[in-house]
Design a binder for this molecule. Structure first.
Ligand code: NAD
Ligand code: LMR
Length: 341
């Protein structure tokens, strides 16, 4: 039996992500947590005739009887939602408006993520935790420090979700190369904001040739794809539907891997020294938290791979800029976790 939790389930990402999880045959029980509206979202989803079965709330069964349930902060709702979870996906927090960087979200979202991880540490200490809330470059280090302070940090089970960068890279490379996006594997490494996002077009499989006059614009579009959506939404938030797709893609891969499917690899932002094979990669890239292609398995992050062999001079320059910015983001998260305001 797999219990999945979405924290931030009533939001722009949370609702479509919860829908996708409700449709997923690998999920048996779905708990939706948010500070608002989860009873409505859960009631709505509960009418869908898929695996994560529901018993209508109106029949008055206790939450223990529901296979899909909505929880609010009252009556220790977060603890009830998270209790015994196998996988917790966190898209809770505010999104950007035009003119903001992801780091501008830190002051509000750092505290939200810290609070949610404290609850996870207490009632679901072995859950796989997928952090979507921005700035991912800092919210994942915060999560690691909180889990460490509670004595339950397992680096193989904590993931920053950077899949949207890969999804975008696949789409944009497909537009240029003419190959179907589903056929392409495009490694995107580093962090999840602007210059910390490093697409490795020299490592695309099957290989593609990017015309040199299109290279810089393509890199820029992958690095700043989030801004494209923020601008188009014009104050109404950032990417939600593509993020729900990306978050579900990562969660589904992880669930399949936990159940024993082999050969599943996806880049994700992890604490490298705690993942098999990751220590050497951390030494090469110069950052402990970094997204690289990770092989997934029953223990979560089974093996971090070094994607840097044979990268081009241009990619080395992108990597240098990435590392410079990322170090500060990581440090900011670690400092916050130890000295919250
Ligand atoms: P949103 O405002 O639509 O939804 C966020 C939800 O979080 C809201 O329903 C809100 O009530 C809830 N929330 C706030 N505080 C909470 C708490 N303490 N506990 C539980 N729920 C809480 O925002 P969104 O568009 O869904 O984006 C959510 C976050 O995801 C943002 O930080 C955004 O920047 C980030 N994001 C990350 C990626 C990525 O690639 N990792 C992509 C897109 C968005
Ligand atoms: C994205 O990449 O779309 C997200 O990180 C949201 C944002 O703020 O751009």
């Amino acid at each position: 039996m797999v219990k999945a939790v979405v924290a931030g389930a009533s939001g722009g990402i949370g609702q479509p992500l919860s829908l996708l999880l409700k449709l997923c045959p690998l999920v048996d029980e779905l708990a939706l947590y948010d500070v608002v509206n989860t009873p409505g979202v859960a009631a709505d989803l509960s009418h869908i005739s898929s695996n994560a079965v529901s018993i209508p709330i109106s029949l008055g069964f206790g939450t223990d009887d529901w296979k899909i349930a909505g929880y609010l902060p009252k009556d220790d709702g977060a603890k009830a939602a998270f209790k015994g979870a196998d996988i917790i996906v966190i898209p809770a927090g505010i999104p950007r408006k035009p003119g903001m960087t992801r780091d501008d979200l830190f002051n509000i979202n750092a505290g939200i993520v810290k609070g949610l991880i404290e609850i996870a540490a207490e009632v679901a200490p072995t859950a796989f935790i997928l952090v979507i809330s921005n700035p991912v470059n800092s919210t994942v280090p915060i999560s690691a420090e909180v889990l460490k302070s509670k004595g339950v940090f397992n680096p193989q089970r904590l993931f920053g979700v950077t899949t949207l960068d890969i999804v975008r890279a696949e789409t944009f490379v497909s537009e240029i190369s003419g190959k179907a996006p589903t056929e392409l594997t495009v490694p995107v490494i580093g962090g999840h904001s602007g210059e910390t996002i490093v697409p490795l077009f020299s490592k695309v499989t099957p290989s593609v040739s990017i015309p040199s006059d299109k290279y810089d614009a393509l890199v820029n579009r992958v690095q700043f794809g989030g801004d494209e959506v923020v601008k188009a939404k014009d104050g109404a938030g950032s990417a939600t539907l593509s993020m729900a797709f990306a978050g579900f893609r990562f969660a589904e891969k992880l669930l399949k891997a936990i159940k024993g499917e082999k050969g599943l690899v996806e880049p994700t932002y992890v604490y490298l020294p705690g993942v098999p094979g990751g220590k050497e990669v951390a030494e090469v890239v110069g950052c402990d938290f970094f997204s690289v292609p990770v092989e997934l398995g029953p223990n979560g992050a089974e093996k971090a791979t070094n994607p840097l062999a044979g990268i081009t001079e241009k990619e080395k320059e992108l990597l240098a800029a990435c590392t410079k910015g990322l170090k500060g983001n990581i440090e900011k998260g670690v400092t916050f976790a130890h000295n919250p305001p």
